[in-house]
Design a protein around this ligand. Structure first.
Ligand code: GLC
Ligand code: CA
Length: 565
């Protein structure tokens, strides 16, 4: 295995719109990221992923790109990008950007051309189809649903045909079969790498190929969503080989792909094993929903399925052991907040620290999502009008359609998963508007900002923030650097319903990581180990009697150990 800089990094994801506003328009901006770089350096991260700030009509908060070479005016200017990258580099922080290659905005000049006539040279940049006749009327070419609800086709009047869009109506999918599209996208990536960025998070990368246009059979739904129709299909790998040949392999860059679409371990390895020559790593989402979130009878009582959670992590850790590298992340800008998903509101500090330890000491490159380091939570939505995210709004109406008499349930269901949860403004202080801006922000601030904020965390040495800082220090700067970064991972007691324990080993050194997900006391038999050192814990004192460790609620302990003979 060749060691790469990104294997020794700890990343931090920034959603610029919600991070920090410096010109008082209520919208976070690039200068806000710049101003907070010292903050990030003091946390200890050495890699940031900044979500899209390109020129965009903001139908999907910037994932709908109108111009890949310019900055949205609400976020700043190209000069701001320059100063941001330069200062980050001075601080030893690498910068990766979103590479949005599955689609553009419908306001992108290519699409404006493409939709204008069937003969236009840009026609083939997107996926067009004339549709078909059904019972005497013209309908979509297939009945496939899209991720954000409704059909994955949109009728377009000028040429009386349909274009494909697996996300929103304003995000037409690019036609990757067209070599010109491939070359344009390669040009864009090269441009940014030459500008000095250190790599990409590649958006929606698993969707670049589509199945033959045939209807999904045996369904009651008008537009059923079947990921397989546009996820992880064979040609994606051809395109990625080309991107790797022509770009990624030529720069010492990180190329980390988002592979939704229920990527299996096999397909994960196909994208990102060391010899795949495609991507450096892939984000998967298997660990995001290991609780009863679908069980609407108890929507406020999420219970973590610890056995399932461990099993998905261990599955990926094991499969990638000698073959590839993984990112380690709890959430991103599309998932509910970690504390609301797997944390416990009665033990926020203990459970927050425990969750951080659980993730950060596995093998891979950790990514923190903004606000995770202070324990930010979901927003208590009270009305659909409070949603900003296009997919949350459509999810609400889909739930309501199924159960028209229960709008409360529809709101609950949509809220629990809403992508607006991670997008409420970062809570910097307990002061006016949480110190995010001096003007009413574009998105509501969580009511709990007076308690949960950076200012409070920094004042208290026992806070969650300092626990994250210590985890990063242990990985990057301590005597355990090599072991935590490169050591083997072994899950212990996979069937235990309360504890998530694993061992990391490098040569003759081992760390034992013990994490309780229980609100009760739980015992763990330590008798076969000799404890050499307590490396990290989230309670002041541990209770060990006769070789049995008695863990308090959400207790988390990391021991350096030696196996007794
Ligand atoms: C990815 C992004 C998400 C976006 C979508 C379309 O899933 O993470 O935020 O809406 O792609 O670009
Ligand atoms: Ca601003």
């Amino acid at each position: 295995m060749t060691k790469k800089w990104w294997m020794e990094s700890v990343g931090y994801q920034i959603y610029p719109k919600s991070f920090y506003d410096t010109n008082d328009d209520g919208i976070g901006d690039l200068n806000g990221v710049y101003e907070k770089l010292d903050y990030l350096a003091s946390l200890g991260v050495n890699l940031i992923w900044i979500c899209p700030f390109y020129d965009s009509p903001m139908d999907d908060n910037g994932y709908d790109v109108r111009n890949f070479f310019d900055v949205a005016k609400e976020f700043g200017t190209m000069e701001d990008v320059r100063t941001l990258i330069d200062k980050a580099h001075e601080l030893g922080i690498k910068v990766i950007l979103d590479y949005v290659l599955n689609h553009t905005s419908d306001e992108h000049p290519w699409f404006v051309e493409s939709r204008s006539s069937k003969e236009n040279p840009y026609r083939d940049y997107y996926i067009w189809d004339d549709g078909k006749m059904k019972d005497g009327i013209k309908v979509e070419p297939t009945n496939w649903g899209s991720f954000f609800g409704g059909s994955c086709w949109k009728y377009d009047k000028p040429t009386d045909s349909y274009f494909m869009k697996i996300f929103s109506n304003k995000m037409p999918d690019l036609n990757w079969k067209n070599e010109k599209v491939q070359d344009e996208m390669i040009f864009i990536a090269k441009n940014w790498l030459d500008y000095g960025i250190d790599g990409f998070r590649i958006d929606a990368v698993s969707h670049l190929d589509r199945a033959p246009f045939e209807d999904i059979e045996n369904t009651d739904e008008q537009y059923p969503l079947d990921w397989h129709k546009f996820s992880n299909l064979p040609k994606v790998h051809d395109y990625l080989h080309k991107l790797n040949d022509e770009i990624f392999s030529k720069y010492d860059c990180l190329a980390i792909g988002e592979v939704g679409g229920q990527a299996s371990i096999e397909s994960g390895l196909k994208y990102a094993s060391f010899d795949a020559n495609e991507l450096s790593m892939v984000f998967n989402f298997d660990h995001n929903w290991c609780n009863n979130i679908e069980d609407v009878t108890h929507p406020n009582k999420l219970v973590t399925n610890v056995v399932q959670l461990k099993s998905v992590f261990a599955k990926w850790q094991t499969a990638f052991k000698d073959k590839g590298w993984l990112p380690l992340n709890w959430l991103n800008h599309d998932q509910p907040r970690l504390m609301s998903q797997y944390g416990n509101h009665k033990y926020p500090l203990e459970s927050g620290k425990m969750l951080a330890t659980t993730l950060h000491l596995m093998r891979g490159t950790p990514f923190i999502y903004q606000g995770e380091e202070i324990g930010m939570t979901n927003y208590p939505f009270e009305d659909v009008s409070q949603f900003n995210d296009i997919s949350s709004i459509s999810a609400y109406y889909r739930h309501l359609e199924k159960d028209p008499d229960d709008p409360v349930k529809a709101l609950k269901k949509a809220s629990l998963r809403s992508r607006d949860n991670p997008r409420t403004p970062m809570q910097w202080t307990k002061g006016y508007l949480a110190g995010f801006s001096r003007e009413i922000p574009w998105m509501m601030i969580n009511y709990n900002y007076k308690k949960i904020n950076v200012e409070n965390n920094l004042k208290n040495k026992n806070s969650l923030w300092y626990h994250y800082q210590e985890l990063i220090r242990l990985r990057r700067k301590s005597v355990y650097h090599e072991l935590i970064t490169y050591g083997d991972f072994e899950l212990i007691n996979p069937q235990d319903e309360n504890l998530f324990c694993y061992k990391r080993t490098l040569k003759d050194e081992s760390l034992l990581v013990i994490n309780s997900f229980s609100t009760h006391k739980v015992a763990y038999d330590l008798s076969k180990y000799e404890v050499l050192e307590t490396v990290l814990s989230n309670y002041k004192k541990q209770s060990i009697k006769d070789g049995i460790l008695h863990l308090k609620p959400f207790e988390s302990i990391v021991y350096k150990i030696k196996e007794k003979l």
